[in-house]
Design a protein around this ligand. Sequence first.
Ligand code: AMP
Length: 588
Amino acid sequence: MQYEEIVEIYDKIARTTKRLEMTDHLVELFSKVDPEEIDKVVYLTQGKVYPDFIPYELGIAERMVIKAIASTSGLGDNEIERLWKEKGDMGHVAEEAIGRKTQTTLMGMSELSVEKVYENLEKITKASGPNSQDIKMRYFSDLMHNAKPVEAKYITRSVMGKMRLGVADMTLIDALAITFAEKEQRDEIERAYNVCSDLGMVAETLAKEGLEEVRKIHLKVGVPIRAMLAERLPTLEAILEKTEGKAAFEFKYDGLRLQAHINPDKVELFSRRLENMTDQFPEFKTELKNVFQGKEAIIEGECVPIDVNTGAFLPFQIVSHRRGRKYGLREAQEDYPVHLVLFDCLYLDGEDLTNTPYKKRREQLKKAIKPSETVMFSEVLVTDDPDDAERFFLQTIEDGSEGLIAKSLTSVYVAGSRGWNWIKYKKDYESEMSDTVDLVVVGAFAGRGRRAGTYGALLMASYDEDEDRYKTFCKLGSGFDDEMLLDLPTRLDEHKLEKVHEKVDSKMKADFWFEPALVLEVLGAEITISPSHTAALDQKREGAGLAIRFPRFTKYRDDKAPTEATTVKELVSMYESQLKKLDLQQRM
Ligand code: AMP
């Protein structure tokens, strides 16, 4: 397939924010693709080269991209720099620059195929060694040399890892179902994706061999499963009602979720976002091998930092000191020792346990292994009595955990879904907003005084699952110390946009805009009706949304994707439970 055919459709997709229209365009795309290359088309559309769990880096510096565009277009570095400042999007810069190519540089161009573009991107990811930047630059320039303007736009975005098509995985799945099966069968495709986390592979199987083969995709040791997520409820009574009157209440440890894939030769660890974390926790490699003694397993647990002197859990933030560290691992291990608290078992010795009820999964895990000093089982209480659960909850808080996660005894493990199988009950949920929310940075306001030159406040949004959009919820300016203030631009600049992101609804005019990427945990005094924000707009009062009063930054939630931020629905339910509590207090 010619690359031009895909990018024409990308342009149509970029012009709409409506999921149904996007789906139609994707169906048009998939109908034209040769099944042999549909996996590549899916990765490109997701803005990737490989599925998330395969570590790779395109690693081309912005400066190199500018140079390559300058030389292939013949416009020179200064002009490209000028365009970059003017447009703020390298894709647009490339499109314009290639469009202004002179006759001489037009000579010797050949048509670009999808295969060629993908192959060069792969070569860019593989280039290593001292000359790697030159090699990467050569493959990128080779594509730019042959690219038409619109092709140049998307190649540049792919190379910079900023595709920004705004197509959610679920929309791709809708389109795959319509093209290669029946619309109603989309859930079967989604199931396969959730257990293998590789939409390219699912699409290829579907296009080449049909839904029958997709049904045969099962979990495999070494391939991460998309994590099951938890809902939340404000009272233990409400939780028990949802779980047929009885539930297993587990401590909710405040750490980093890890999915461990264990076989006798190899142990691999994946984060909740499917990144491979194995090298960051070498201590678990040996320990899990010892604990599992030759068994094959996929298990989930929370990695928590421990105070070696007291044995108490330490704040989660400490684990994040070890994230992304390539050097000094030994010091990290000594300074920030961690335990792995196991809470689920999805596969054991050839048996897929995801369809086995929770109670049985836990029993199998307990039978299979003996805990060690650093790998242990989560604390659990099975009860039908809310008072017992409340006492257990108070104990978890005292032990430094965040609260409880209630699990229905009969529930199966549904990969990739947020549902009522797991329900979280967090600290002081019922008091006025002493629970935190996780919000996405979508904009910022210029700082004044001591904050001049950096960001003074951030515009934070919650995620609206139904509309797949981000709705603003507060302006966040406190809780940051000086170090964090300095750190903010480094974390945010790569997501900077010229104007408000197309998926963000904001009434406020920020000075800077960002693509929704960075998630922060925020604590506030209470949730109020707000005329300035768009979260739950018109739901509680016409023309008004909800906002947080006195918001304060508490920590980074790098482990969360923006779509995993606190949802508008959750905010509404928090607001309602706050009202109920006020009402109770007034009547007492
Ligand atoms: P949250 O991150 O607030 O949405 O809460 C869900 C997270 O709690 C999961 O993704 C796990 O990382 C974490 N967690 C801690 N303890 C448990 C547990 N016993 N069972 C399940 N998840 C847990």
